[in-house]
Design a protein around this ligand. Structure first.
Ligand code: GLU
Length: 429
């Protein structure tokens, strides 16, 4: 059997789009599944729009989601001679003509071009509906469809896995293989990934570029996991699956044939699951980076303390940025206050008095441990015949500015006696 060779061919004219990342992922899966090669080719023929900064980001994001390539990156901008030679050959065969400097392929009339697509089955195109095709433009650059074919042939690509948006290019490309007298690769066009509402994926669905998700505190594993389910499902229907495991089980013929919808909430669920499954040690550098990005100086922060905060919150967050929002009161005094919660718990009669009773007793507490703090709270409940919620909720508001969070007594211990008394005092007076 021939060795499988697949490729991912991004154009560095923008950041790595989620849809492109999914395409890359499936090519990678197929290469790994078959023991074949995954080639990276940069389609940078558009000089105006191709940017180094985009390329750098694309490579970084591919690595980030866990995809490694075996060959490349190759750059189309460095392969112009190859395209010119191939076009000249077609010209010499009489299958193309010149228009000034441009070389144009003459599409034959009345021919049927068939694609035996590995996902969609047979598709037919009548050449009468295709106009003559530019191979080389008058500025000396190669046209996309042509450069793509010359490269795929030169790189011995066996399977082309890409989005449905390229289906209309495929009959043209097949004609070029035929014009060059070359056998053609197999094609697998994947149904596109749309937004939840069925519209083209856009910013309002939660972002279109991989780097936006990285910045928003998504982890690469759940992103890759979710993207791969938007095109394929393991036979036993399980949803949480690693890339390595997916590579073992995946096959092209099982690619989903219908359009799929990207749902940010589903992705958040995956992200939360992966965060929970990570150790504190693994989460520590990731969270630290998020804090740094948010301008929260974590370099002086005690590692043990931050790890304890992570331990309290890792079950409560779906993204790493949520951690930063939910725990701001640990790192600064001008933390965000939930105004509605404040009105509900602090402006209510008697609640401030309860905080005062609690704080008065805490003043004498030597060992400010979570157990001791709780004991004091329970004592007041009993002695004063108070409902626990009338002490706990107001106190939580007073020390964290929030109505929800990790266990109150645990966060009090971590904030420390001095900070707690200061914040309680501020509310009372
Ligand atoms: N450069 C093309 C794109 O980014 C790739 C086309 C292909 O996979 O054949 O859409």
């Amino acid at each position: 059997m021939e060795k499988v060779r697949v490729r991912f061919a991004p154009s560095p004219t923008g950041y790595l789009h989620l849809g492109s990342a999914r395409t890359a992922l499936f090519n990678w899966l197929y290469a790994r599944h078959t023991g074949g090669k995954f080639v990276l080719r940069v389609e940078d023929t558009d000089k105006e729009r191709s940017k180094k900064e985009y390329l750098d980001e694309i490579l970084k994001d591919l690595k980030w989601i866990g995809l490694s390539w075996d060959e490349g990156p190759f750059f189309q901008s460095q392969r112009l001679n190859l395209y010119r030679e191939a076009a000249d050959k077609i010209l010499k065969k009489g299958l193309a003509y010149k228009e000034g400097e441009a070389i144009i392929y003459k599409v034959p009339h009345g021919k049927i071009i068939k694609i035996d697509d590995l996902v969609h089955g047979e598709m037919q195109f009548n050449t009468d509906e295709i106009k003559d095709q530019v191979l080389m433009k008058s500025d000396g650059s190669a046209a996309y469809n042509f450069a793509c074919v010359v490269d795929d042939a030169d790189m011995n690509i066996t399977h082309i896995i890409r989005g449905d948006d390229h289906i209309s290019n495929t009959p043209k490309q097949i004609m070029f293989y035929q014009a060059m007298g070359l056998g053609q690769p197999k094609f697998a066009h994947m149904p596109l990934m749309m937004g939840k509402d069925g519209a083209k994926l856009s910013k309002r669905h939660g972002g279109v570029a991989v780097f936006e998700y990285r910045k928003e505190g998504f982890l690469p594993e759940p992103l890759a996991n979710y993207l791969l389910l938007l095109g394929w499902l393991p036979k036993d229907g399980r949803e949480l699956i690693s890339l390595a495991q997916a590579a073992e089980e995946f096959d092209i013929k099982d690619i989903n044939k219908v359009q799929v919808k990207f749902d940010i909430d589903k992705l958040k669920w995956f992200n939360g699951e992966y965060i929970r499954s990570k150790t504190i040690k693994d989460l520590y550098p990731l969270i630290k980076e998020q804090l740094d990005n948010a301008g929260i100086k974590s370099e002086n922060m005690d590692e043990q303390r931050l790890k304890k905060i992570i331990d309290l919150y890792k079950v409560r967050i779906k993204t790493l940025t949520e951690f930063v929002q939910l725990t701001d009161y640990f790192f600064k005094d001008d933390y965000k206050i939930d105004e509605k919660g404040k009105r509900k718990y602090l402006d209510k009669n008697g609640n401030k008095e309860n905080i005062k009773k609690f704080s008065d007793k805490l003043k004498n507490l030597k060992d400010f441990s979570c157990e001791n703090i709780e004991k004091i709270c329970r004592d007041i409940e009993r002695e004063e015949n108070l409902k626990a919620s009338n002490i706990i909720h107001p106190t939580r508001m007073a020390v964290s500015g929030k109505t929800k969070g990790a266990g109150l007594f645990e966060i009090m211990e971590l904030l420390g006696k001095e900070k707690i008394l200061e914040r309680m005092q501020k509310v009372i007076s």
